[in-house]
Write a protein of this length. Structure first.
Length: 415
C-alpha cells in the first residue's frame, strides 16, 4: 500500500512521499539488526567507510580507525578513534554520515536536509542546561542532556558528535536489566529514571517554544513532519484491515482523530519545536548497572526528525514505547518509567492529557503492532486492542476509565 495515496488531502503542504510504502518503512525502521539487510549493503558500507576516513584526514578528527556501530538505520554510524586526542582529552568521537537514502536500504530515499536540521538543533541545545537530580536525598543521579556537537562537514554530510562510552539505548537496557525484576529497588530506579527524562522534556519544550531561530530551522522539515503524521494516523486507519474484528467498530473515531491531527498541522501558530522521534531507542545510557551515588549520563540523540508539532507527540511516543515493555514482555519497569516520566513532565491541563493519550493509543496501534518478533500474534492483537481502548476513551474524554487502568498517571497532575 502506498502511503502517499492515502495521506490526508486536507494538508496544506504535501511533499513527494511516493517512496514511503508501509512495507518498506516498517521493515527498515523496525528490523534494525536484520543481518541479511546489513549484508546486502555491505559493499556500499565499505565504500562509505573509506570515504568517511578520507574526508576526516587533515582535520582534528582524523581517525586511525572507524568501528561501525549497530542500532542506526537511516545513517552510517561509527565510533572513531582519533589519531590525536582533542584538547579536552577526547580520544573517541561518534561519526554520523548521511546519504540521500536509508543506510540499510539504498532504494529508500530520504532528504539530506535532515543533517543540517540535526546540526542546528545540537548547536542550539549546547546552551540548554543538563537535567540532573533535584532531590539531594535521592540515591540515583541521572544527568540528561544532548551529546556535544564538534563538527559538520556539510559538503559530505558528516557530523562529529560526542561518543558515549559503553552506551546502549534505553529500550535495550530495559529489556536486559528489568526483565523479571519487580523489586522495590527496581521500581524506585525506574521511577527516578523516568522522572529525569520527563523533567528534561518539559524543560526542553518550555525552552524550545521561545527559540525563534531554531523554529525557523525545523519548520522546513515538512517531509518528515508529514511522514510522522502518516505513521501515526494514516496507519491507524490502515490497521483496521489488519485487525477488523478488533478495530472495525472504532473506524469513525479513528477518522476523527486523523482529521484532528491534520488540522493541528495546518495551524502552525499553535505548533512549537519538538524532538519528533522521542522514544526509548533515542535515549542512550551506559550499559553498566545503575548504582546509587554514581552519576548516570543519558544522551537524547537523533534530532534529524525535529519539527514543529504538538508536544504531545513526544510524550505519547515515549509513553507508548515504554508501555510496550509491559504489554509484550511483562516488564513492570516499563510502566514504572511511564509513571515517573509523566510525573517529571509535570502539571498539564486535562485536555492536554487526553491529547497525549490519543497519541499513545495511535502509536500502539500504528507502530506497536508492526515490530517483527516483538511478541506473539496474541500479544500483537492485545496491543491493538489496548491502543483502541485508549484512543476511544481519550476521544470521549472518559477520565474515569483512565483512572482505573495502567495509565492513571496521565491524570494525576492535571490542572
Amino acid at each position: 500500500m502506498m502511503l502517499c495515496n492515502s495521506s490526508s488531502p486536507e494538508l496544506t503542504v504535501v511533499p513527494n512521499l511516493s517512496h514511503y510504502t508501509e512495507t518498506n518503512y516498517a521493515t527498515i525502521f523496525t528490523d534494525r539488526n536484520n543481518v541479511d539487510i546489513l549484508n546486502m549493503a555491505s559493499a556500499s558500507r565499505e565504500e562509505i567507510t573509506s570515504k568517511v576516513l578520507e574526508n576526516l584526514k587533515g582535520t582534528p578528527y582524523e581517525a586511525s580507525s572507524l568501528e561501525a556501530l549497530s542500532g542506526g538505520t537511516a545513517n552510517f554510524i561509527y565510533r572513531a578513534t582519533l589519531l590525536k586526542p582533542l584538547q579536552d582529552g577526547t580520544k573517541d568521537v561518534l561519526i554520523k554520515h548521511s546519504e540521500d537514502y536509508v543506510a540499510n536500504t539504498p532504494s529508500f530515499k530520504l532528504t539530506l536536509s535532515r543533517c543540517s536540521i540535526e546540526v542546528e538543533c545540537l548547536k542550539a541545545l549546547s546552551a540548554f542546561p543538563i537535567a540532573g537530580k533535584q532531590d539531594e536525598s535521592d540515591p540515583y543521579n541521572f544527568a540528561v542532556r544532548t551529546p556535544k556537537f564538534f563538527h559538520f562537514d556539510e559538503a559530505n554530510n558528516t557530523q562529529v558528535q560526542e561518543y558515549l562510552q559503553n552506551g546502549v539505548d534505553l529500550k535495550t537496557y530495559a529489556l536486559k536489566t528489568y526483565a523479571g525484576s519487580n523489586s522495590e529497588t527496581t521500581k524506585h530506579q525506574c521511577l527516578q529514571l523516568g522522572k529525569a527524562l520527563g523533567r528534561w522534556l518539559r524543560g526542553f519544550h518550555n525552552w524550545a517554544a521561545q527559540q525563534a531561530s531554531l523554529r525557523a530551522t525545523v519548520v522546513g522539515n515538512k517531509e518528515l513532519q508529514l511522514l510522522k503524521h502518516i505513521i501515526n494516523f494514516t496507519w491507524l486507519l490502515d490497521r483496521i484491515k489488519q485487525f477488523p474484528s478488533i478495530l472495525g467498530d472504532s473506524e469513525g473515531v479513528f477518522h476523527e482523530a486523523k482529521n484532528m491531527a491534520a488540522a493541528e498541522m495546518n495551524d502552525e501558530s499553535k505548533l512549537q519545536v519538538i524532538h519528533g522521534d522521542f522514544w526509548s531507542g533515542n535515549i542512550l545510557l551506559p550499559k553498566d548497572p545503575i548504582e546509587e551515588g554514581v552519576e548516570v549520563p543519558m544522551f537524547v540523540i537523533d534530532w534529524e526528525t525535529s519539527q514543529i508539532g504538538k508536544p504531545n507527540l513526544d510524550l505519547g511516543q515515549m509513553i507508548a514505547e515504554l508501555y510496550e515493555l509491559k504489554l509484550y514482555k511483562d516488564i513492570l519497569g516499563g510502566l514504572w518509567m511511564v509513571q515517573g516520566f509523566v510525573d517529571g513532565y509535570g502539571a498539564v491541563s486535562e485536555d492536554f492529557a487526553f491529547r497525549t493519550a490519543i497519541q499513545v493509543g495511535a502509536h500502539l496501534i500504528s507502530f506497536g503492532t508492526a515490530v517483527p518478533g516483538w511478541g506473539t500474534p496474541e500479544q500483537v492483537e492485545n496491543c491493538a486492542r489496548t491502543g483502541k481502548e485508549i484512543v476511544v476513551h481519550a476521544w470521549k474524554k472518559d477520565r474515569h476509565w483512565f483512572e482505573q487502568g495502567d495509565l492513571a498517571c496521565l491524570f494525576t497532575r492535571t490542572k
